[in-house]
Write a protein of this length. Structure first.
Length: 239
């Protein structure tokens, strides 16, 4: 898996070597924990690391990707630690798991997200990916502050019952139990998934280690709306 793409003042590439991985881990720790450090686990050596850099070479966004050839390998994914993925056993691969997506806190340019999705579109095309999935995080572990957003997901975006992951984690919140209290918005990554026709699990996992809530999120590449697919490939063309 290789890619180098220029999008305006940003460059997307796949990390190469320990120095790049360490840079991604440092950015992740800053984004998820709010202080310097390294966010690392046993999945990092198994994954490819997407890096978005500005024209000065500063790493401003990162994500890690695990290419899974077929459904028999889904239990080895990061998401499988928290969700029972037995319902996806009949789906055709390859699958691409996207995780630890983060953007430097001081960077507010929407083109960074566009550059990331342009690069991911290229990878999906090159690898013949059929399904894109991951754990999409909400900052913090208090579901009430996201009450309206989670209630909206429950009403509009829960996945089909045969594919929907079962409960596996020790602490979960059922989306249907949310009464629409807090008004914090959906994460931008999740909004991107939903704009591509994606769906979510019927429950959120409380991850105290990462200090996040997360929902399982899935996109069937064949079901991406044509206009959205065209827009993503336009980003690729811009590169």
């Amino acid at each position: 898996m290789t890619i180098t793409m220029q999008f305006g003042r940003y460059c997307a590439r796949i990390g190469a070597g320990n120095e790049d991985i360490t840079a991604c881990q440092a950015l992740r720790h800053l984004c998820f924990f709010g202080r310097p450090g390294l966010d690392c686990d046993d999945f990092d050596p198994r994954c490819q690391h997407l890096m978005i850099e500005d024209r000065n070479g500063r790493l401003i966004a990162a994500a890690r990707m695990l290419l899974i050839p077929d459904a028999t390998a889904l239990p080895q994914s990061y998401a499988a630690q928290y969700y029972d993925l037995a319902g996806m056993a009949g789906q055709s691969g390859p699958f691409l798991e996207l995780g630890r997506f983060c953007i430097a806190p001081d960077v507010l340019d929407a083109d960074v997200v566009r550059a990331a999705w342009g690069a991911l579109t290229q990878i999906v095309d090159d690898e013949g990916v059929q399904i894109l999935f991951g754990c999409t995080s909400f900052a913090g572990i208090d579901p009430d502050i996201y009450g309206l957003a989670l209630a909206k997901l429950a009403a509009q975006s829960i996945g089909p019952a045969p594919l929907r992951p079962g409960i596996k984690a020790a602490e979960v919140v059922r989306l249907s139990d949310m009464a629409g209290r807090g008004k914090a918005p959906l994460p931008s990554l999740l909004r991107s998934y939903l704009a591509m026709g994606g769906w979510v699990s019927d429950h959120a996992v409380i991850d105290r280690q990462m200090n996040t809530l997360h929902v399982f999120t899935c996109v069937d590449i064949a079901a991406v709306p044509p206009a959205r697919a065209k827009a993503l490939r336009a980003v690729m063309g811009a590169g």
